[in-house]
Write a protein that binds this ligand. Sequence first.
Ligand SMILES: [Zn+2]
Length: 393
Amino acid sequence: MKTLQAFRFALDPSPRVERALASHVGARRFAFNWGLALVQERLEARRRGEDVEVPWTLPALRREWNRAKEAVAPWWRENSKEAYSSGLAGLAEALQNWSDSRKGRRRGRRMGFPRFRKKGRGRESVSFTTGAIRVDDPSHVVLPRIGRVRTHEPTTALRSRIEAGTARILRATVSREGGRWYVSFTCEVERVPQTPRRPHAVVGVDAGIQHLAVLSTGEMIENPRPLQNALNQIARLNRELARRQPGSRGWEETRRRLARAHARVANIRRDAWHKLTTRLAKTFGTVVVETLNVEGLKRNRRLARAIADAALGNLRRQLRYKCPWSGSRVVEADPFYPSSKRCSRCGAVKDTLPLWARTFGCEVCSLILDRDENAAGNLAALAAAVAGSGPET
Ligand SMILES: [Zn+2]
């Protein structure tokens, strides 16, 4: 069975390598911004009634770039061509998302018109699909134009698969997050289909607010303690940033530390989810996960940070790719399935259940249960119903 899998490693680049990485990321940003300016200019011309073509797709943007690059970026040869392609591909995708969103063809948050990218803001990245992309030894990778880069963590997990002929690198993406460089290899991986330990067992997972998750077995998975510590640090740095003069050296320093803290939170969260989803996929034949509307919940400010933490989207995505590896199945509950407001014993549904209520009390059958445990029980029941109606796709 062939599947796609990403392997991500933190990097420890030398100053020379770091300059090359920054240059590539900068080249990507340059191409993105250049393309966006061109699109705006053409849209403007069209509004004036001129008959011009607006380069909306990647091939159209590439054609325009190849025509213009000698004039607008005579230094373009300093970076891999893929840096510019990567920027134009990002722009084409952002333009597509915007028009899909406007026509109501895209789920989730409304996407605005793409905006110019600023240096050092957000996640900056660049992708390579051709040229020398290798995992050289347990502590070095090779990237096109950049050369050998030392890794901060061992690459063994990927290297051993490549040597055994069970993994092939399709793409390498380098990114800078919170002042640290990472490389992520997207690979085609050959897997031996497996069977979960309890193929007939069903588990419901409720992405919790006060816990990382609650299982229908009653098990609660705590939020990792370092996560809470990092969150407290973010709150403190935010207050510090507000006191500083925008643009000053102190402000810049606080902003850098804030970005590092955010990157740390994301990493802790990712690790915690990975541990949980691997265990679930290997153990249970069916995993039911609630498709909470994360975007909708973000409007509730009190919940916003907690939900962002729990990152339900991450849970779903990880289960979607891990369950097939281990021969288990994921069932995603309907977002309107009243898993928290429904009694898991008698099925009575409450009109409302305030968010602060941690216990579920049923007026019909007088069941009293932890709120999350009740919800998880409902999800397992839902899975059993779905299982009876044939496999999910
Ligand atoms: Zn009841």
